[in-house]
Design a protein around this ligand. Structure first.
Ligand SMILES: [Zn+2]
Ligand SMILES: [Zn+2]
Length: 179
């Protein structure tokens, strides 16, 4: 039997004989004859519960969404905005990333909850989403602040401007490095 989470606590169960039933887990209901006519807790409801316990199917309220970078299914709240990232591809301050546009390596300093089309770059007079080559990336993804891993050192120390934080749409950066 294979189980597919449809959201709203509903699961589609396909049996070995290619019959498909709909299970409402929280109500303990199933569209199979065993449940409808005999009122028993059928094997489809049990199967959904087992799949959830074993982590192969998301619990009610969550859905399985492919990671933006590697397509691994990730269980997230049904109303979680795109894009979704697996644990390995979730960015945190200190992570090293690559700019997909230039191939430059950077270090993440901040992952904002604000979207690229909501953050303005004052010096450029536009939003992060509208800025230059960022137009190739999704405007509705979070903004990530990152620094280049080098600084200009002058006689009296590091030149502060050379350590500026640059902002990128999340999907422009990846922490997947080519082997
Ligand atoms: Zn059933
Ligand atoms: Zn991933």
């Amino acid at each position: 039997m294979s189980v597919l989470a449809l959201g709203d606590g509903l699961y589609e169960v396909e049996t070995a004989s290619d019959t498909t039933y709909l299970v409402d887990l929280q109500a303990g209901r199933c569209t199979c004859p065993d449940h409808i006519f005999r009122g028993t807790r059928c094997k489809h409801v049990r199967r959904v519960a087992i799949e959830i316990t074993e982590g192969r199917t998301p619990p009610p309220g969550e859905v399985a969404v492919p990671c933006h970078d590697c397509a691994t299914p990730v269980f997230v709240d049904e109303d979680e905005p795109d894009p979704v990232y697996c644990e390995a591809h979730t960015l945190s301050p200190g992570d090293r990333v690559v700019d997909r546009e230039t191939g430059d390596r950077l270090t993440v300093v901040d992952v904002s909850v604000l979207r690229a089309d909501a953050v303005r770059i004052d010096a450029a007079g536009c939003t992060v989403a509208e800025y230059g080559t960022n137009e190739n990336y999704d405007p509705d993804v979070p903004v990530v602040g990152a620094i280049y891993p080098y600084a200009t050192v002058a006689r009296h120390g590091v030149v502060p401007e050379s350590l500026r934080v640059y902002v990128f749409p999340r999907t422009r950066l990846t922490n997947q490095f080519e082997a």
